[in-house]
Write a protein that binds this ligand. Structure first.
Ligand code: ADP
Ligand code: MG
Length: 453
């Protein structure tokens, strides 16, 4: 279809204009009435969009009435100038890719010379294992250590920033170290697509196919990216099958399980689930704390345990954010030569923490305080007077007075129908203790901050 549209275009615009502007344009995909085509530079994209998009759409629509719109995107040469584009030199030594490598001094026959940069921090040694990621980690290690193919493919999935890319790089680093003769190719699915488009543009799909089918281990990251990209998916499917048939290891990552990948052909989805599917769950408090400790140790910064606990409690979205918070704190401490404190942390991370800004309720205060002191929530309302429950109860009353707009009688009622003088007494008592006992004061401060933001 695109070929025929091009034929018509050439007739309409003339050979000169066609050669300058339209020949380099390739079809990316055609879906739901929208055709997507790619130009190699932004300038060409803009030109084509401004001068030819409408004509292309009309011609295409005449060719295929389903086509309603045409979208012109950029597939930059920088990204596309990869092995597939190289002159028919032996694939693995394609020169264009080597400049991109993280370690330019390694020998050219090294397996990861083509493909993407490997992040040197993303090794198994630097990966903190906890309940949420233990299966994925164990599977990745197995694949890295095994001499023959184990699960094929290994499919890792989980939300953003939970360690998928880290594990894949970990596999690549391990193999490179232990079996430098094995050829490992790690690449994002996005880049796979660019390479493929580039190969199409230069009518050099042979090199592309050879390149991908000559590796021992193929790792494609974020495969969800090719959802809905039909021709790329098709090519990926064939690459995948060719490798699996030759008993080469394939590792895939995605943000969803194979069966939940929308916009993927059924046959590909089912194929992706044939090996081992390992998910990475959202982090737990323990894992976040473990990661913070490990990172602080690596960075050789002193961070008080209270600050770590605070961060692990507060930054729950993903590991990337947690790292970002830690980096900011570290950088700040180094710049101003001042030790890290809970206060400076809260100030520095104001924007990150504000996302969860909200009014606290007495119920939340009771719950948090009970958790903190390891007593039952029911004890907040009970008549028990033992110090172990009475003190936390007083702290909770004090915080309720400080953090909510409730009156003393209202607070009293929430604490098992106590009267306002009891609450007043609790507030005074806690203030008194805070001024006498430093560690108690810090405890209360920590609770206050956790509740407040
Ligand atoms: P994903 O690919 O799943 O989006 P990444 O692998 O890029 O996530 O991880 C995001 C960041 O968090 C990286 O810097 C990575 O090193 C770090 N990270 C994630 N999980 C862990 C872990 N278990 N231990 C140490 N660092 C981790
Ligand atoms: Mg990733």
């Amino acid at each position: 279809q695109w070929g025929r549209v091009c034929g018509r275009l050439r007739e309409e615009v003339g050979e000169g204009a066609f050669k300058s502007w339209l020949r380099p344009v390739v079809l990316v995909d055609l879906e739901g009435g929208e055709a997507r085509i790619a130009a190699p530079t932004k300038f060409m994209r803009d030109w084509v969009a401004a001068h030819y998009a409408d004509r292309i759409r009309k011609l295409w629509h005449a060719e295929n009435p389903d086509v309603q719109s045409v979208d012109v995107i950029v597939v930059p040469d920088r990204l596309a100038a990869r092995p597939a584009a190289a002159p028919p030199a032996p694939a693995a030594t394609a020169p264009a890719t080597r400049t991109e490598s993280a370690m330019p001094d390694r020998p050219p026959e090294s397996a990861t010379d083509f493909g993407a940069i490997l992040d040197q921090r993303f090794t198994f040694d630097n990966f903190v294992v906890g309940k949420p990621n233990e299966l994925a980690h164990a599977a990745a290690r197995r694949v890295a250590e095994a001499n023959s193919v184990t699960f094929n493919p290994l499919f890792l999935y989980g939300g953003v920033g939970l360690g998928k890319t880290h594990l894949m790089h970990g596999i690549a680093w391990h193999i490179r170290q232990k079996h430098p003769e094995r050829r490992v190719l790690y690449m994002s699915a996005e880049k796979f697509m660019y390479q493929f488009i580039r190969a199409l543009r230069f009518k050099d799909t042979m090199t592309f196919k050879e390149l991908f089918r000559s590796v021992d281990v193929l790792m494609i990251d974020d495969v969800q990216f090719i959802s809905g990209k039909d021709s790329t998916q098709e090519e990926f499917f064939h690459t995948f099958n060719a490798l699996v048939d030759q008993n080469r290891q394939v590792v895939i990552s995605a943000d969803k399980s194979p069966s939940d990948l929308e916009g993927m052909e059924e046959r590909l989805r089912s194929r992706l689930g044939w090996g081992l599917v390992a998910d990475i769950h959202p982090t737990t408090y323990e894992l976040r704390l473990g990661i913070l400790q490990a990172k602080a140790e690596t960075a050789r910064v002193e961070i008080p345990a209270k600050v770590m606990e605070f961060l692990a409690h507060k930054i729950t979205s993903n590991v990337r954010e947690l790292e970002g918070a830690l980096n900011r704190i570290t950088a700040h401490a180094e710049l101003v030569h001042r030790p890290v404190t809970l206060e400076s942390t809260q100030e520095l991370l104001h924007d990150l923490l504000r996302a969860s800004d909200r009014r606290v309720t007495i119920d939340e205060i009771q719950k948090r305080v009970a958790e903190h002191y390891n007593i039952k929530i029911a004890d907040m309302h009970s008549a028990r007077r033992a110090r172990t429950v009475a003190r936390p109860r007083q702290v909770a009353m004090y915080l309720s007075k400080q953090l909510t707009p409730r009156s003393l009688p209202e607070i009293g009622r929430k604490f098992g129908g106590r009267d306002h003088t009891t609450v007043m007494h609790a507030v005074k008592k806690v203030e008194e203790l805070c001024s006498e006992d430093r560690s108690f004061a810090e405890d209360v401060e920590l609770l206050r901050r956790m509740l407040q933001i």
